[in-house]
Design a protein around this ligand. Structure first.
Ligand SMILES: Cc1cc2nc3c(=O)[nH]c(=O)nc-3n(C[C@H](O)[C@H](O)[C@H](O)COP(=O)(O)O)c2cc1C
Length: 304
């Protein structure tokens, strides 16, 4: 039996529900050595700002038990460079591209979005990464308040579908998601990393150069499942992309059943650069084994 793996995220149709996750698969065609990027649902590039940004001091990643902790600090070459140098080779792969953008103020989100207005194929959506510091409110990320999340989403209007990537480090993610949808978000990407810390006990200092970091990998999986399920229950019609700890096809099935329309594979790609393709193939086999003819039938199946 053939399985229909296609899915939809809002008005966008994807050939299958498995994408890369921002920041874990490069800016361009870096992973093309390991698989055909056109065979994924979409390729999500690392978050880019309008201008280049140096990011945080090394070391930027470490392991804490089964988790990964990172503090890359959104280092990047800027969107103008990316459009000129990274997009053409990426376009040549035939991949559907989702561009993640960030900014330190609503104005910077608007500047980044403006650079993408009219860019056209292969860019199919913008993912608005609000899990970044807001310089106008030093204590907080945009994602920590409904008002600043809404401001960033509204500022990122550029004609492309806008996905908003939320932080799980909030009291009520549905409140933030509601504000984002109200402000024009076309989809919710759930979730970014959880705040964490690694300590080097002999050196008596944090392991990462920046101090704290973001937790990703296997321990994030139940957190992502919960955020997806809660938002699916609160917003039955909102397109949702689930991300956190996915490393097998079965993990992808879990997130779809919790309510995600598609999933992203992040940390698993550092261990196995072929992970996104493997997860997609495993999901197809999982569906066959469980007599699921269309992957869309899984979406929300585990809901109340
Ligand atoms: C090294 C590293 C860099 C990341 N950079 C970004 C980024 O630039 N923008 C973003 O939205 N998320 C970023 N993330 C978060 C991932 O996209 C993803 O939301 C998170 O890691 C959870 O998924 P995972 O457990 O599959 O990795 C990064 C994660 C890691 C591990």
């Amino acid at each position: 039996v053939t399985v229909d793996l296609s899915t939809r995220v809002g008005r966008l149709t994807l050939r299958n529900p498995v994408m890369t996750a921002s920041g874990t698969a490069g800016y361009g065609a870096e992973l093309a050595a390991y698989g055909d990027l056109a065979d994924l649902g979409a390729h999500v590039v690392k978050s880019l700002a309008a201008r280049p940004w140096p990011g945080n001091p090394a070391p930027r990643v470490t392991e804490v038990g089964p988790a990964m902790l990172n503090s890359v600090g959104l280092a990047g070459p800027g969107l103008e460079w990316w459009l000129e140098h990274a997009l053409p080779p990426l376009a040549a792969t035939g991949a559907a591209v989702v561009v993640s953008i960030w900014g330190r103020s609503a104005k910077e989100f608007a500047e980044a979005a403006a650079l993408l207005a009219g860019v056209g194929a292969p860019v199919v959506a913008v993912e608005v990464n609000v899990s970044c510091p807001n310089v106008e409110d030093r204590s907080k990320m945009f994602a920590h308040s409904p008002a600043t999340t809404a401001e960033a989403v509204a500022a990122a209007e550029c004609g492309l579908p806008r996905w908003v990537k939320l932080s799980p480090n909030v009291a009520d993610i549905c409140e933030i998601a509601g504000a984002a949808l109200e402000a024009g978000a076309d989809a919710l990407t759930l979730v970014n990393t959880l705040l964490g810390l690694a300590v080097d006990p002999a050196a008596r200092r944090p392991t990462l150069g920046a101090g704290g970091g973001g937790v990703s990998g296997p321990p994030l999986r139940p957190v992502a499942l919960r955020a997806v399920a809660d938002c699916r229950a609160a917003f039955p019609d909102a397109p949702i992309v689930g991300v956190g700890g996915v490393s097998t096809g079965e993990h992808a099935a879990e997130l779809l059943e919790a309510g995600a329309d598609a999933v992203q594979v992040g940390t698993a790609t550092f261990r196995d650069p072929r992970a996104p393709w493997r997860v997609a193939a495993e999901l197809g086999r999982w569906c066959r084994r469980h007599r699921v003819g269309a992957v869309r039938d899984l979406v929300g199946a585990a809901g109340a």
